[in-house]
Design a protein around this ligand. Structure first.
Ligand code: AHR
Length: 310
């Protein structure tokens, strides 16, 4: 699905309008919707000709969108890769066509570092570490005694945030909390429906889990429905830590159903437009432009809720 957000080919001052091809992952979560709005609004504000394409969570759709952008000879291609591997061939085609590629939100694994210019996005490994650290605080605050049996709801299999958040969390767990155990872990594909379905299966196979680490808010919200349907109290019987910080996550946290949220900021549009201009003008940019983020405990939720921008 492609839509042109602007059709102009030259700006008021006569300079050529920048054309930007952007391939989005899909619309799997509240985070993603906020990211899409941010990119579209920022492109409009910057006066770019944005060619936006929604991949509906499928790598093959992203590859054909990128080929399309190459055929249309856009100035810059940006995309948020569904998964980390399998990009070399199409990125080589972009390089051969001399079209610079900027990654947003998620990274790729590639054999050749020159195939993309920069990544604008979060440090997902660190988000995983922060989730483990805040879980420690949550356990202390809840006065938790005894075994820590964790259920993990993973993001989309093969996606950078799923791989790296799991890695960062495990790193802190192995180093500092040898008594914690991930007793069950499976993908919920970053969706509410996935979170609900997988959590309900977890509760059947492992009724003694007492912690949920969800790789995003939407899966946590789906899981909350499953926990309530099983007659348990989310945030009390099962302590919940998740990542993103979307409004609905903060609402659930202010209701006591989520214990802590690690923020992952989706409002990448303005930074992306700056980088695109620099790249188009041949300026040197940093290899990774990291997003600044915070962590929130449940007792901060009510005060923070009105400040949430997404
Ligand atoms: O890549 C960022 C992740 O993708 C967000 O945490 C999740 O909500 C989204 O779907």
């Amino acid at each position: 699905k492609e839509d042109d957000s602007s059709t102009g080919s030259s700006s008021a001052g006569g300079a050529k309008t920048i054309s930007l091809g952007f391939s989005q992952v899909g619309s799997e979560s509240g985070w993603r919707s906020a990211n899409t709005t941010s990119v579209k609004d920022a492109a409009k504000d910057a006066g770019y000709n944005l060619k936006f394409s929604d991949a509906q969570q499928k790598q093959e759709n992203q590859i054909s969108a990128i080929r399309n952008f190459i055929a249309q000879k856009v100035d810059v291609i940006a995309f948020s890769p569904v998964v980390v591997t399998g990009w070399d061939a199409v990125l080589k085609e972009a390089k051969a066509a001399k079209i610079p590629v900027v990654l947003t939100d998620r990274s790729v694994e590639t054999s050749d570092d020159s195939l993309f210019v920069t990544l604008v996005g979060s440090d997902f490994t660190d988000e995983g570490r922060r989730a483990a650290k805040i879980l420690d605080k949550v356990l202390t605050k809840a006065g938790h005694k005894g075994a820590v049996k964790i259920a993990q709801l993973e993001g989309t299999t093969g996606a950078a945030p799923a791989i790296e958040r799991a890695k960062g969390f495990k790193e802190v767990m192995d180093a500092e909390h040898k008594d914690w155990k991930i007793v069950v872990s499976q993908t919920g594909d970053f969706t509410r429906a996935g979170g609900k379905q997988v959590m309900s299966a977890f509760l059947q196979s492992n009724p003694d889990v007492n912690v949920l680490f969800a790789h995003n808010d939407d899966m946590a919200i789906g899981a909350i429905q499953a926990i309530e349907a099983a007659g348990k109290k989310p945030g009390t019987d099962i302590l919940i830590v998740c990542i993103d910080g979307v409004k609905d996550g903060f609402v659930a946290m202010s209701e006591g159903k989520i214990n802590a949220i690690v923020e992952c900021n989706p409002l990448l549009g303005p930074q992306l437009m700056d980088v695109v201009k620099k790249v188009k003008d041949g300026e040197t940019v940093e290899r990774w432009i990291k997003t600044k983020e915070s962590d929130f405990m449940q007792d901060q939720a009510k005060a923070e809720l009105p400040n949430r921008k997404y």
